[in-house]
Design a protein around this ligand. Sequence first.
Ligand code: EPS
Length: 359
Amino acid sequence: MGIRFLTSGESHGKCLNAIIEGLPAGFDIDFDFVNAELASRQKGYGRGGRMAIETDKIVVLSGIRHGKTMGSPVCLQIKNKDFENWKIPMSSEAVDTELYADVLREKEITIPRPGHADFAGAYKYNTDDIRNILERSSARETATRVAVGAIARCVLSQFNIVGEFEILSIGGECNPDKFNPTIDKAREAGVTLGGEIKVVFKNLPVGLGSHVHWDRRLDGLIAQAIMSIPAIKSVEIGMGRDVANHSGDNVHDEMYYDTKCTRNTNNAGGLEGGMTNGEDLVIKCAMKPIPTMISPLNSYDIKTKEPKKAHFERSDTCAVEACGAVAVNMVGIVLLNAFLERFGSDNSEQIRKNYENCK
Ligand code: EPS
């Protein structure tokens, strides 16, 4: 068994929460690392005003004692400092609608943004106030996933398994020296930019995941985890979609023996048959531009049906770097699951023994 986790929290509510069940006992959790990952998710050129308000940090409410996992569920919380400015519109309890009519009207949203969850969410959950949808669909929720993933990576790092991400392009620009002018231009035009991200994990043992059943194949699990990140539109592993353009002899990585299996190429990106093969795990993903734009697109008011420009409150011109921090941590969660499935799930000693035996 691996870990499972749930998150809760609205973007402008009191806080964001996560409960992680299934973390084995006896692993060190480095709170500084977790908070550094949260800080990394807030970074990046082109982020909006909200990031200047927040300083995301975890408060652990259960499951970790003196810096070590206890085997019990870990409950963690991240405060939304901005809640101070949203106490009435985001109050959990009923509020006096006459007294607060102005602020409630100001925060009500009835014009969906093309590209956001607004339209389908309002229809599905039967509301005229799109705020009920965007509060949860906001990428703010990914802060909790980063915290969960960073905790998972603390466990993995005790087996020397480490991950990192890199930005490959922003708005089609591949030269990192030109990323910031590209973002500046988009900001001036009142539009937003997406980009491409690469995630790499090193020192993975052979055989995480399995070929025996569709829902145990690690590539499928990774793709699901990455695609679940807001604004992600594609995931590729290793050579990715380019495999379609080459013959087999130019795709598959030839094998040699030199005290262990070695290869000169890694087009497979570390996965064969849904299992890790001991090479670096290499994932690429593409993020679309954020739908909230100063120069908004055409839409309509879902209450009056009148044509209107889409809603704009404030936005990030570019959140690709934040997305990279989310991606590397989401992959960390999937890898820890596969690792625990392979080596045990109760305590660090048992897992260490099984891991050493399999080397
Ligand atoms: C985000 C917080 C949000 C946005 C962004 C991500 O803050 P606010 O809505 O208060 O400005 O900056 O949200 C989105 C990209 C989105 O689509 O909703 C965060 O913490 O990452």
